[in-house]
Ligand binder design. Structure first.
Ligand SMILES: [Zn+2]
Length: 314
C-alpha cells in the first residue's frame, strides 16, 4: 500500500539524474496497476484504440497526448502493419507513487514502462524535467538559441515538456517490438529502433515538433564525451541489463541513438523503418556482430549498419 502524503522530490536524486535520459526497455515487475486512492480516482478517456487513464483535472492534456499517440499509431499501422495493446497513465504527482515502477517512485516525471505495455508519464511540468537544462545563458549562443526556440515559454522560462512528451512514443515503440515478437539482436538496436520510429513519425507527420525532438540530444552530444567512462557499444551491451554505466552515462548513449536515428532518416528516408522492421521480424536466428551488420547493410540500409561501424569514430 502506498501513502498519498504530499511528497517533494529529493534534490539529491535530482542531482544524480541531472542530464540523464534514462529510457530503457525495462518492464518492472509489479502488481496490476489499479488505483487505491478512492478520494482521487483516475478518469478514463473513451473511444481511442489504446487505453488512456489520467488524473482528475488533466483531461485537456490527456486528450492532447492521446490524439498524438493515436495519430502515430495510425501512421505505424500503415507503415509496418501492426498495432500493440497499451495502457497509458497520465499522472498528477499525487498518483505517481502509486503507479510508477518501484525504482522510479521518487522521480516524478520519468517516463517508463511500469509493466509491459503499461506506460507511465507525468501530467505536469516538474523538477525532474527542469533538472536537464543547464542555465541557458551558459550555453554556446547557437545552442542557446535552439533551446529557446524548442523549450522557451512566453514568460521567459523554459520547459522540457515538449521533449518529454515525445518520449511517450519511444516507450510505446518498445510495446510494438515486444508484442510483435521481433528479435532485436542487440540492446543498442532495441533502443535505436524505437528512436527511428519516433524520428520518422515526427519528421513525416509533425515536423513542427523536430526542434523539440532534436535540440536536447544535440546539446548533450555537443558537450562532448570526455566525462563519460563508457562510450563503446560493447560496453553498452554489457552494462545495459543492470544500467551498470550509470544513469547519466546511459543518457549520453540515448542521445547518440537519437542522433543516429536522425542521420538514418536523412540518409535513407521513411522506408528504412519498414525495411528494418521486416528484417528484424524475419531474422529470428542468432547472429554474430559481423553477420548482423552485414544483414543490416545489405537488407536494410547502409546508414543503419554505419551506426555500429562508425560508432567509435564520432
Ligand atoms: Zn527505450
Amino acid at each position: 500500500m502506498t501513502t498519498h502524503s504530499k511528497h517533494h522530490i529529493k534534490h539529491r536524486s535530482i542531482r544524480i539524474i541531472v542530464g540523464v535520459l534514462l529510457l530503457c526497455n525495462i518492464a518492472f515487475a509489479q502488481d496490476t496497476l489499479k488505483s487505491t486512492n478512492e478520494s482521487f480516482p483516475l478518469e478514463e478517456l473513451k473511444d481511442y484504440t489504446q487505453t488512456f487513464y489520467y488524473s482528475q483535472g488533466y483531461e485537456e492534456r490527456a486528450i492532447s497526448i492521446a490524439m498524438f499517440m493515436e495519430d502515430a499509431g495510425t501512421y505505424f499501422q500503415k507503415e509496418i502493419g501492426f498495432t500493440p495493446k497499451t495502457t497509458l497513465y497520465i499522472l498528477a504527482p499525487k498518483h505517481w507513487k502509486e503507479f510508477a515502477a518501484k525504482p522510479l517512485r521518487e522521480v516524478y516525471g520519468f517516463p517508463h514502462n511500469a509493466t509491459s505495455g503499461q506506460l507511465v508519464i507525468a501530467a505536469e511540468d516538474n523538477d525532474f524535467w527542469r533538472s536537464f537544462l543547464p542555465p541557458v545563458d551558459s550555453l554556446h549562443p547557437s545552442i542557446a538559441a535552439d533551446v529557446t526556440t524548442a523549450y522557451g515559454k512566453l514568460d521567459g522560462s523554459f520547459s522540457m515538456m515538449p521533449f518529454f512528451d515525445l518520449l511517450a512514443l519511444h516507450e510505446m515503440g518498445h510495446s510494438y517490438t515486444s508484442q510483435a515478437g521481433l528479435n532485436m539482436h542487440r540492446y543498442w538496436m532495441g533502443e535505436l529502433f524505437v528512436n527511428i520510429m519516433l524520428h520518422t513519425y515526427i519528421a513525416e507527420k509533425q515536423p513542427e515538433l523536430l526542434p523539440a525532438l532534436e535540440t536536447f540530444p544535440n546539446m548533450v552530444i555537443g558537450m562532448g564525451k570526455a566525462e563519460f567512462k563508457f562510450t563503446s557499444l560493447e560496453d553498452f551491451e554489457e552494462l545495459y541489463p543492470t544500467l551498470g554505466m550509470g544513469p547519466k552515462n546511459y543518457g549520453w548513449y540515448q542521445c547518440m541513438l537519437h542522433s543516429a536515428a536522425k542521420d538514418i532518416y536523412h540518409s535513407g528516408g521513411e522506408i528504412v523503418l519498414k525495411k528494418l522492421w521486416n528484417a528484424l521480424e524475419k531474422h529470428q536466428e542468432e547472429m554474430t556482430d559481423e553477420e548482423f551488420i552485414d544483414m543490416l547493410y545489405k537488407e536494410v540500409h547502409p546508414s543503419v549498419a554505419n551506426v555500429y561501424l562508425n560508432w567509435n569514430k564520432t
